[in-house]
Design a protein around this ligand. Sequence first.
Ligand SMILES: Cc1cc2nc3c(=O)[nH]c(=O)nc-3n(C[C@H](O)[C@H](O)[C@H](O)COP(=O)(O)OP(=O)(O)OC[C@H]3O[C@@H](n4cnc5c(N)ncnc54)[C@H](O)[C@@H]3O)c2cc1C
Length: 332
Amino acid sequence: MLRYLPQNVEDVARWYIHDPQLLKFIDMECYIWSVVPAALTPMINAGMVFSDRHYGGINYPKGGVGQIALKLVEGLERAGGQIRYKARVKQVLIEHGQATGVELNDGTVYRARRVISNATRWDTFGKLVPPENIPGSERKWQNRYKKSPSFLSIHAGVDAAIFPPGTECHHILLEDWKSMEDPEGTVFVSIPTLLDPSLAPEGYHILHTFTPTWIEDWEGLSESEYEARKEAAAWRIIDRLERIFPGLDAGLDYLEVGTARSHRRFLNRQDGTYGPMPRQILRGLLGMPFNRTAISGLYCVGDSTFPGQGLNAVAFSGFACAHRIAVDLGLV
Ligand SMILES: Cc1cc2nc3c(=O)[nH]c(=O)nc-3n(C[C@H](O)[C@H](O)[C@H](O)COP(=O)(O)OP(=O)(O)OC[C@H]3O[C@@H](n4cnc5c(N)ncnc54)[C@H](O)[C@@H]3O)c2cc1C
């Protein structure tokens, strides 16, 4: 019988690994998707990610990751659902303590027996639910979790000759272990067209590279200061990548830079955050809340619910939320 249940990845890693150098690689294994080292990465989420990665191999959607969303839309519409694109929810309507619908920015009101928010918890309980209705449990959650940084992203079109045959699709660049979690410390690189050439014109590859950055470093700037800071940051990254891809700078055909502000604007996430991270070493298995909230009829789904961030975890939370609501409505 298990007398001790591991809470975080470091707990488990220490059973098997005693070399501190090797433990750093476990930190990186976690950091690349949870943006925190092993001691802050919940074992339950890691179990899903690592199993998915190592059993059956990694699969990439042909045509790009957007294909997943398009397939989900097909399924939703086939089941009688309807999607309102470019429609921003202004607030969740709450009457007598019960969520009864949503109001969009254009004034349209939708009534529903159940309301599900896929926005982050900070957005849901900071913007969409009026302050007088924010439950105490949400303040408790905010004491346990904080916002992780955002990313500086570079999307580039690159001469295919820069990548010799056999180049891997994914790379992680880190020169000094001490700066793993720092802004511009770890650089992540993907070259998806090595696997699916149909995504770029012949003779070119797409290079997506990103590195952590905080919103505070991008605020309070004039337009020209913002542009200059973006350009300087982008060239710092390109210069570092030149060491693993010689000729990259000269081979660039297209370059677009996104900052924490771009993430906030286009992904609709407070401060452009990647997601929640625990404030201290995890000692509780179920730190992340499930899909119900303290407001009757209001559910949350996505990366600020159990089991956390990353596509596997988010898909799990969507499945769990659908099941929860079906049970609450007496459908199953
Ligand atoms: C650069 C980058 C690389 C990543 N790489 C990986 C990876 O390799 N593997 C992995 O597993 N995960 C990765 N992730 C993480 C993964 O993308 C997220 O954990 C996941 O997308 C979160 O899903 P979600 O549905 O919870 O939130 P989101 O994808 O942010 O969806 C929330 C949706 O709610 C909408 N919304 C918010 N507020 C409103 C409003 N008021 N009205 C209407 N709509 C609103 C937003 O527009 C958004 O569409 C990466 C993330 C980033 C930024």
